[in-house]
Design a protein around this ligand. Structure first.
Ligand code: SMG
Ligand code: MG
Length: 370
């Protein structure tokens, strides 16, 4: 049991090594909230995966800041002595806002595990000390540039390449990459950009031996995903649609997907992420660990998650160098065999480096228990 005494919220901004374009927009900087939780026994860090705009999800930084400051922090202070599940219970009165909740669930868990001298990976029952990694390639201005990026990532050792697609920037691009790399493990991610009427285009992707099509349709269209699953051969994977273990149960029961992308930050933290994994595992559905361009803080959490049994496909757990010239933490490094080390230190196993943190901080607010 631990009691939270203070929470520091911090908005940070780090330039990305290259712009990241998806079907819904382009980012040139990673801007996110970090929370530093102080308990009566120690300190823990959490990263919020919300972005600057409500595009990937309804949540976005300014709204998440308000929810964290005015609702979740007071609820956590009022909860008194708690264990990690108690943090989730303290937040139950607030509907949704899972990205904001994940920030404090994970930060509390980090502090709690550090106090016990235990790593997150061991707490989650991780069975591997290294995980195979994939990489997500944004939409590029030209096909040539896409081919150059894919070439580079394969040369670095990445075990799976995910191509972002959007209507009009799909079949030809995928065909070009497949021609250049006949045996590379490839997948695509549409970030909800298509409609069921686009089934012909999506069916055309069947010719390119893709591991999956990720989130082709709207995030609320589980039934339409199930219909689409009958029209394409390539397995469908859901990302935005899965916000909880209950969502995973519904999607699998309906036949909306055959694979699930688990992002702990999207589902309310690592505890719920583990429940999503459990639901999928009981039903024989493979899962993999998604990414939200996290800094080294969130990425450490993702690596621990990806090391759990059931995570049978390479995740979007790429190296620090894929995202940043300088990460906030010591860098996560890809080995030539396409694997990365799961942090072994206590808690999440990493901490922001004070000078980097200071350099990229845009705003800080300290909240104290009454
Ligand atoms: O962390 O490597 C990463 C990014 C992986 O493509 C990625 N994430 O829909 O899966 C997804 C996207 C969402 C990112 S939007 C900021
Ligand atoms: Mg996705």
């Amino acid at each position: 049991m631990s009691r939270v005494r203070a929470i520091e919220l911090r908005l940070v901004a780090l330039p990305l090594v290259r712009p990241f374009r998806t079907s819904f927009g382009e980012e040139t900087d990673k801007v996110c909230i970090l929370a530093r939780v102080e308990t009566d026994h120690g300190v823990g860090w959490g990263e919020c995966v919300a972005g600057a705009e409500p595009d990937f999800s309804e949540e976005f930084n300014e709204a998440a800041w308000l929810v964290l400051r005015d609702l979740l922090a007071p609820a956590l202070f009022a909860a008194g002595d708690v264990e990690p599940e108690g943090v989730e219970a303290a937040f139950a009165r607030v509907r949704g806002n899972r990205m904001a909740k994940a920030t404090l669930v994970n930060a509390f868990l980090d502090a709690w595990l550090r106090e016990q001298g235990r790593s997150l990976a061991s707490y989650l029952g991780a069975e591997r000390d290294r995980v195979p990694c994939g990489v997500s390639v944004g939409i590029t201005p030209t096909t040539e540039e896409l081919l150059a990026q894919v070439e580079g990532y394969l040369a670095e050792g990445y075990r799976r390449i995910k191509l972002k697609i959007a209507p009009g920037l799909d079949v030809e691009r995928v065909a070009a990459v497949r021609r250049a790399h006949p045996d590379a493990p490839l997948s695509v991610d549409a970030n909800a950009a298509y409609r069921l009427e686009d089934a012909e285009t999506l069916r055309a992707l069947d010719d390119y031996d893709l591991l999956m099509i990720e989130q082709p349709l709207h995030h609320e269209d589980l039934v339409e995903h199930a219909e689409l699953a009958h029209l394409v051969r390539t397995p469908l994977c859901l990302d935005e649609s899965i916000r909880s273990a209950a969502d995973a149960r519904a999607a699998i029961s309906l036949g909306s997907c055959r694979i699930v992308n688990i992002k702990q930050g999207r589902v309310g933290g690592v505890l719920e992420a583990r429940r999503v994994r459990d639901v999928c595992r009981e039903r024989g559905v493979p899962v993999w660990c998604g990414g939200m361009l996290e800094t080294g803080v969130g990425r450490a959490v993702n690596l621990a998650l990806a090391a759990m049994p059931g995570f049978t496909l390479p995740g979007d757990t790429s190296a620090s160098a894929r995202y940043f010239h300088e990460d906030l933490t010591e860098p996560h490094v890809l080995a030539p065999d396409g694997t990365m080390a799961v942090p072994t230190g206590t808690g999440i196993g990493v901490e922001p480096l004070p000078e980097r943190l200071a350099a990229c901080t845009r705003r800080v607010e300290r909240l104290e228990a009454p």
